[in-house]
Design a protein around this ligand. Sequence first.
Ligand SMILES: [Zn+2]
Length: 134
Amino acid sequence: MEYERMLDRLYMMLPEKTSSMERFELPMLDISVQGKKTLIRNFSQALKAVARGEKQFYKYVTKETATAATIEEGKLVLNGKFFAENINRLWANYLNEYVLCHECKKPDTQIIERNGVKVLKCTACGAMSAIRKL
Ligand SMILES: [Zn+2]
């Protein structure tokens, strides 16, 4: 009885609502090396989770690693061996520039074109940030 009452009190102390920032967990990439290739096994899934097209991150990662890659059944297959932590660092950089609002860091953003320039528009705070062309 006493224990249940304690639990009740604990639940009451938790905030009722959490902001979208707290709900959003950045997906990590699931990486494995097979022979001379590096696979991002959850490539399609991860991009779906952050609401971005596959082509953009494909361009980003091939440019940053200076290697060729193919998309096979939802996986990205990079030519060459790469450390998982390096690929995940690229992924984090990509998210910071192309997914998370540069001002409030929320993921509620869209990429729009403004006067021929691509910008990251935040639907949460309204900020518009320039992004590099890929
Ligand atoms: Zn914002």
